[in-house]
Structure formats: C-alpha cells, structure tokens
Design a protein around this ligand. Structure first.
Ligand SMILES: [Zn+2]
Length: 94
C-alpha cells in the first residue's frame, strides 16, 4: 500500500476546518480542487504501511506543523473561491 501521508492529513484537516475556510461552494469538484492545490504546494510524504501513516499523522497534527498545513489549505481555498471551476459556480456567474 502506497499512501501519501500528507494527503491523508490534509483531507482530515480540510474536513475539520471546512466551515472556517468560508468556501462559496462545497461541491465535490471544489473540494477536490482545494485539496489538489494544497497538496501540490507541499512536499509529498509517502509511506507503505498503515502503522507509519498513523505515526506521521500524529506528528503532523502537532500544533506547529498543523498550522502550516492549515495556512496552505486556506490559501488553496481562497484561490478556488476566486476562480471556481465547477459547474455550479460557472452557471451562477452567467
Ligand atoms: Zn463547486
């Protein structure tokens, strides 16, 4: 099993803080766009087994690093808010 630990942590943070990101649209497309942007701007950290994943998650959810990832997430959410690519938002714009 090959997993990007950052992806797992980012997803968890995203679900945890989604209300505070003030997204205009929270459809699957927009959520994926935010995650993709956020993950593209951090270095991936691959692990090959679940126990390591749990360990890294615990480490990343340490306050300091958590904040850094949250800032990245907020930045990504802002970009998607400014330029949403999903159908809902494009329709609404006409
Ligand atoms: Zn959307």
């Amino acid at each position: 099993m090959l997993v990007n630990a950052k992806e797992a942590v980012m997803e968890e943070l995203f679900h945890q803080y989604i209300d505070q990101l003030h997204m205009k649209c929270i459809c699957e497309r927009c959520k994926e766009d935010v995650l993709a942007l956020a993950l593209n701007s951090v270095k991936p950290q691959y692990v090959t087994d679940e126990s390591k994943l749990a360990y890294i998650k615990a480490e990343l959810i340490d306050k300091q690093k958590n904040t850094t990832m949250l800032v990245t997430l907020a930045e990504a959410a802002r970009k998607v808010n400014d330029h949403p690519l999903c159908e809902n938002m494009l329709k609404g714009r006409k």
